[in-house]
Ligand binder design. Structure first.
Ligand code: NBP
Length: 478
């Protein structure tokens, strides 16, 4: 009888086939299956020599090829396809088996699926997998949720195929239910804000300091050697240095300036709104992409007047932009980690924030040395209310703020949009403020809707009778 497979992968698209190869390259016998057999065949023909694959054409044969308790990864287009695959495979599984969804599912779907399958004794593990096509093959960052019990047998395999930083795997148990997909969603939201901030830095250097894309590429290469060192900064330099072969122009000048999105950034903001967490950096990034895509509005707005963005700053301005970028990035990450904290509290997931920073250090799109410092901050204080109050980050933001303010002022003066930089700075200033104008808003709410207010000097809930002479106040909870 043929050797049973340790794990299986169904859905051999871009991600699934590379994930299957990654398992095989690590010495695991891996069963492979795809809705249409052609992809399974192609995988074996091209990469069969890389390891021990068990190609199966039918779901029944695929499930039968797995050793028990069975572990099978679903790697299909998220949404209805995932439900269709679950409906097809779940009846073939037995209690104790582990069904892993590695797609970009919405965490609420994962919660629903996990609950339904738990009732049938099947462990459903919604797992975030980041790193794209290359990461899936060479070592992604993996964020598995589901039951802790399932992680006991599944975890070591996933840790084995994940990226490693300083010998530590970029994979850990995130928490029950949809915790893994929630964390992956916020990861993607942070990725949106990181990319937007980098784009704003580029725009400032291009329009404000009149630098060429090639010159800016050099600036990014230098930044990549310092505290901003990260995959996104590294690839930004590559993109900016690239020349279009057909025209000889900088590549960035021949690309249509409309950023697209698949939806995980939008989900992050929607979830943040429900949880009441201000993720202004992620929201600005999502809205900036939307704005860029509104061709008609942008065309119509050509009648709007304002300063000319061009020039006036020299290349020494780049140092200030670096400080503004770093400070804004710290704010964006702080907000994202607060969202994970809030989601964890809301759903009772008990997510270890420091561990999330640890598994994002490698394999994923936001991988960066910087995450080590976030890990350190949460190691020092697990209950940190915001990363901004960590002594090291607070000191850095204090040092950066003069330049950060100057960059926002110069951008505003020149009419260069910097929604990410300026909203991050406003968030920083709002947290610093002893008093916020929210007191006035409470007054307005009480005036038109008798919504009541709390006083700074007395207990209780109060309402002012704005319609009566002398506007007397009553305590409404007494
Ligand atoms: P692809 O588009 O390359 O492949 C899609 C796979 O889904 C194919 O194997 C296809 O089978 C299968 N499938 C579909 Br579509 N509908 C199905 C159904 N009703 N029943 C069975 N199989 C079905 O996707 P991908 O880029 O590999 O992405 C897979 C998942 O990984 C997605 O959730 C995605 O969001 C996530 N993800 C992607 C990346 C990335 O960089 N691409 C990164 C991280 C996460 P077929 O061959 O028969 O059509």
């Amino acid at each position: 009888m043929a050797q049973k497979a340790v794990i299986g992968v169904t859905g051999l698209g871009v991600m699934g086939r590379n994930l299957a190869r990654n398992f095989a390259r690590h010495g695991y016998t891996v069963a492979v299956h795809n809705r249409t057999y052609g992809k399974t065949k192609a995988l074996i023909e091209e990469f069969g020599h890389e390891g021990a694959f068990v190609p199966e054409e039918s779901p029944e044969a695929f499930v039968a090829a797995l050793e028990r308790p069975r572990k099978m990864v679903i790697m299909v287009k998220a949404g209805q396809s995932t439900d269709a695959v679950i409906d097809e495979f779940a009846p073939l599984l037995e209690p104790g088996d582990i069904l892993i969804d590695g797609g970009n599912a919405h965490y609420a779907d994962t919660e629903r699926r996990e609950k339904a399958l738990r009732e049938r004794g099947i462990h459903f593990v919604g797992s975030g997998i980041s790193g794209g096509e290359q990461g899936a093959l060479e070592g992604p960052s993996i964020m598995p949720g589901g039951s802790r019990e399932s992680y006991a047998s599944l975890g070591p395999i996933l840790e084995d195929i994940s990226a490693k930083v300083d010998g530590a795997p970029c994979c850990t148990y995130v928490g029950p239910g949809g915790a893994g997909h929630f964390v992956k969603m916020v990861h993607n939201g942070i990725e949106y804000s990181d990319m937007q901030l980098i784009a704003e830095a580029y725009d400032l250097l291009r329009k404000g300091a009149g630098m060429t894309p090639a010159e800016i590429a050099e600036v990014f290469r230098t930044w990549n050697q310092g505290r901003l060192g990260s995959y996104l900064i590294e690839i930004t330099a590559e993109v900016l240095a690239h020349t279009d072969a057909a025209t000889g122009k900088p590549f960035v000048d021949i690309v249509l300036d409309r950023a697209e999105q698949k939806g995980t950034g939008r989900w992050t903001v929607q979830a943040a709104l429900d949880l009441g967490v201000p993720v202004t950096g992620i929201a600005q990034a999502v809205f900036a992409r939307s704005l860029s895509g509104h061709a008609d509005t942008r065309e119509a707005a050509r009648v709007l007047t304002g300063p000319s963005a061009d020039g006036g700053l020299d290349s020494s301005f780049a140092d200030k932009v670096e400080q503004a970028l770093y400070a804004s990035k710290v704010v964006a990450y702080a907000q994202g980690f607060n969202q994970i904290q809030a989601g964890s509290a809301e759903y009772g997931w008990d997510i270890d924030l420091g561990a999330m920073a640890t598994i994002w250090r490698g394999g994923c799109i936001i991988r960066a040395g910087f995450l080590d410092r976030i890990r350190g901050a949460y190691e020092t204080d697990r209950g940190l209310p915001t990363l901004l109050t960590d002594a090291n980050f607070a000191a850095e933001l204090g040092d950066a703020q003069d330049a950060w303010r100057e960059v926002v002022v110069e951008a505003t003066r020149r009419g260069i949009p910097v929604p990410g930089f300026s909203s991050a700075l406003s968030y920083y200033d709002a947290l610093r403020a002893e008093r916020l104008p929210a007191a006035l808003i409470q007054g307005q709410r009480d005036f038109f809707g008798a919504h009541t207010y709390l006083r700074t000097d007395r207990e209780g809930v109060h309402h002012t009778h704005w319609e009566l002479p002398g506007r007397p106040e009553t305590r409404t909870d007494a």
